[in-house]
Design a protein around this ligand. Structure first.
Ligand code: ADP
Ligand code: MG
Length: 393
């Protein structure tokens, strides 16, 4: 799970990382009010979206008056920021962070990530801050300082000092840098984060070390024990298809093919996707409705797949062990009552109560294409999609 910059800054501050004064705004008037609260003469208005590279996408505005703050807020709110990190869909700007603009002397990069392969925590730093880490790795790979942290021991002060010295910080800033590194590391560990990034970590004109940007991501599997973190979730920043599915307890991953899939069991879903590909089509999604799926659950899955504009044929493939084919059939029919389906539908049922399930579908009088085996189902779905496409052409 990702969070916003302002949320990450609030958390990091609790662990001793220094940040500029700032405040959240949902409207232009509020942004202006925040500028007054913060004081000073220059402010930065920052779009809060779950993606980096906002500066280059026009999401970071330096303002010299409270009127300019209000204007910048007016322009940014409701806008969709699009860059390499957001994907083509972009991310909607619903919140702004107004911050004191700080004169910058130097910008550093600091990242803490989980290295699953090495089973360690990796600290990455560079004196080439401001650029994204991928750019630094490409253009100035020699500038990158790395340090592996053994999680059972944790970051030691000497390691933090070593990193601070290798960045070439002046002696007066070694102690603040150690405090920042130790704080960011403790936030990472104590909050079950998988990533903390401070870019830039800036040396200001008046010789302070401040985090001007902050990003954090958390381990989804640990959210159950971090209630205060999971409350920071912002659903407006997530893929609506996957979010709706997650809210309905369905495992769903959106893909870009044409055949919509409704399947029980992750293994069968993978096999079905392979078979579709083998038959010459491409799956539009991965979907596992799970074992013991009630008719309501099947109907929910159905609506979700039908709402995807890419889908041109639907394949339902159920091998019922705990599941019951008659329930699945009832779910399909229930869904068809509510969704007007103009797409070919192929259904393959096997296992518990298969005859009852097939009988229900046949008795409905709906134009459902029945298949007996997985290979047959994939062939039929691809053939139906091709025929439907040709008909339309
Ligand atoms: P992003 O990484 O998404 O582009 P940042 O928060 O890093 O967004 O902002 C981009 C750049 O804007 C920074 O590298 C920094 O140079 C400048 N900047 C950001 N916040 C401030 C601030 N409070 N004062 C001065 N400059 C800032
Ligand atoms: Mg940044």
């Amino acid at each position: 799970m990702d969070i916003h910059e302002y949320q990450a800054k609030e958390l990091l501050q609790q662990f001793g990382v220094m940040v500029p004064r700032g405040g959240l705004a949902y409207s232009p008037e509020q942004a202006r009010y925040r500028a007054h609260e913060i004081g000073g003469e220059r402010w930065v208005v920052k779009a809060q979206v779950h993606a980096g590279g906002r500066g280059k996408a026009g999401g970071i505005r330096i303002c010299e008056s409270d009127g300019a703050v209000e204007e910048a807020a007016e322009e940014l709110l409701g806008k969709r920021l699009v860059n390499a990190q957001t994907g083509t869909r972009g991310r909607i700007v619903n919140r702004l962070y107004v911050e004191a603009a700080t004169p910058i002397e130097r910008e550093f990069y600091l990242g803490i990530v989980l290295d699953r392969a090495k089973e360690q925590i990796s600290v990455v730093a560079s004196p080439e801050g401001g650029m994204e880490i991928e750019e630094i790795a490409q253009q100035r790979p020699d500038s990158i300082v790395r340090c592996a942290i053994e999680p059972a021991v944790g970051m030691q002060e000497f390691q933090a000092r070593e990193i601070a010295f290798s960045l070439g910080l002046p002696s007066t800033l070694i102690a603040p840098a150690v405090k920042t590194l130790m704080g960011a590391y403790r936030a990472f560990r104590d909050l079950d984060a998988v990533m903390v990034e401070i870019n830039p970590l800036a040396v200001t004109g008046d010789g302070r070390l401040l985090a001007l940007d902050a990003k954090m991501a958390f381990d989804d599997n640990a959210l159950f024990r971090r209630a205060s973190i999971s409350e920071l979730r912002d659903k407006s920043q997530e893929d609506p298809r996957e979010m709706q599915a997650a809210d309905r307890g369905l495992s769903y991953v959106g893909l870009d093919g044409q055949i919509g899939c409704i399947i029980n069991g992750a293994g069968l879903a993978m096999a079905t996707m392979d078979m579709i590909q083998h038959a010459g089509g491409r799956p539009a999604n991965f979907m596992d409705i799970g074992g013991g799926a009630s008719p309501e659950r099947v109907a929910k899955a159905f609506r979700l797949v039908c709402n995807d504009a890419n889908v041109q044929a639907i394949l339902v493939n159920i091998f019922a062990g705990i599941n019951r084919c008659d329930w699945v059939a009832a779910g399909i029919l229930q869904a068809l009552e509510k969704v007007e389906l103009n797409l070919p539908l192929v259904v393959r049922l096997a296992g518990t109560k298969v005859e009852a399930g097939k009988a229900l579908l046949r008795a409905s009088g709906r134009p459902i294409i029945m298949a007996d085996t997985l290979a047959d189902a994939a062939d039929q779905a691809v053939a139906a999609w091709r025929a439907a496409t040709e008909n339309r052409a």
